[in-house]
Each structure stands twice: as structure tokens, then as C-alpha cells.
Design a binder for this molecule. Structure first.
Ligand code: SF4
Ligand code: SF4
Length: 176
């Protein structure tokens, strides 16, 4: 193609683009609707009465290919119980400078404590702020939940919790 032909071809692209529908995104003023099941940042979930699902087993940390998760497990006691199991995650951190969002940690979690939620607004200029601890990863308390530590539902076992047979604190006694 001659130089002149190439120039007109380029101008054609320019003119066609001038009249095309703009696809500019006006983030953050306008936010896109995310796909169902979008995997953003992680969340540590709770049971319906507020106890934590994490048992501090570290399987998520071992599954992580980016070495982004740090977990320390501690023993629950009768006086101070955070999860229905023997242990709970007393320290839980995810380093979002390392995380590649692969979701392998979620697959490895035996109690479905760890999921990924549609929250992607995590940019920061402070590297330290991108290491999330339990204070930011734990799911918020919903209606019917009590903040741990507190005892398990009367007469229940940890298996009742794992099977999802435990209801909210103020729910029907049979469901607890
Ligand atoms: S999503 Fe992947 S990279 Fe991120 S913490 Fe989980 S396993 Fe590690
Ligand atoms: S999030 Fe799941 S896999 Fe990770 S320590 Fe807690 S219970 Fe274990």
C-alpha cells in the first residue's frame, strides 16, 4: 500500500472513531455491575450466632501459591470461645501485595470460612495498609449474631455448626 493509501486508511479509522459510541467508564463516580460470584477481596465468615468459622488450620496458607496468607491458630477455652472447633484463627493476615486472586485458598478451606466477595476497592499508597488482618477480613455482625467470645449454642456440637444446623441467637431454640 502506498504512503497515501496508508494515510487515508488511518484517517478513516480516526473519523469512524469520532462518531462511534464512547465506551469511557466514569469510575469511581459510576460503578459497573459485577458478575455474579465476582471474586474480589477475601472475607472470613461467621456462623449465624456470630462464632467464627475459621478454625486456624492453616490449610489456606499452605494452598496459597503466592505465600500471601499468614495464620496463627490458638485453642478455644470454655471461658473464651471464638469458633465451634478446638481452635480458632487468633491471627489471620492476607498480604494483598502478593495475592494474585487465584482462589485456591477458598477451595482449601474445610469450613467455608474463607470466601471472596465483590469488593475490589483496595488501592492504597501505603504498603503496610495492604496487609489485611482480622479487623478488616472478618464478616460484619448481622442481626442475630453476638460478637465472640461466647459459648456454643446450648446442647450443640461442633458438627451441628458444620452442618449448618445453628440459627441466630434470637432464633427458634430448635434451630440453635
Ligand atoms: S487468592 Fe490465591 S494468591 Fe490470593 S491468598 Fe488466596 S491462594 Fe493466595
Ligand atoms: S480460613 Fe479456612 S483454611 Fe484458612 S485457617 Fe481458617 S479454617 Fe483453615
Amino acid at each position: 500500500m502506498s504512503d497515501l493509501g496508508g494515510m487515508f486508511e488511518g484517517l478513516g479509522v480516526t473519523f469512524a472513531t469520532m462518531f462511534a459510541e464512547p465506551n469511557t467508564e466514569f469510575y469511581p463516580e459510576e460503578k459497573r455491575t459485577l458478575a455474579a460470584g465476582y471474586h474480589g477481596r477475601h472475607q472470613l465468615n461467621r456462623y449465624a450466632d456470630g462464632l467464627e468459622k475459621c478454625i486456624g488450620c492453616e490449610l489456606c496458607a499452605w494452598a496459597c501459591p503466592a505465600d500471601a496468607i499468614y495464620v496463627e491458630g490458638s485453642d478455644n477455652t470454655d471461658d473464651e470461645r471464638y469458633s465451634p472447633g478446638e481452635r480458632y484463627g487468633s491471627v489471620y493476615q492476607i498480604n494483598y501485595l502478593r495475592c494474585i486472586g487465584c482462589g485456591l485458598c477458598v477451595e482449601a478451606c474445610p469450613t467455608r470460612a474463607l470466601t471472596m466477595i465483590p469488593d475490589y476497592e483496595m488501592a492504597d499508597t501505603d504498603r503496610g495498609a495492604l496487609i489485611y488482618g482480622k479487623d478488616r477480613l472478618l464478616a460484619p455482625l448481622e442481626e442475630g449474631m453476638e460478637p465472640p467470645p461466647h459459648p456454643m449454642a446450648p446442647g450443640s456440637t461442633d458438627e451441628d455448626y458444620y452442618r449448618g444446623a445453628i440459627g441466630p441467637v434470637d432464633g427458634p431454640e430448635a434451630a440453635r
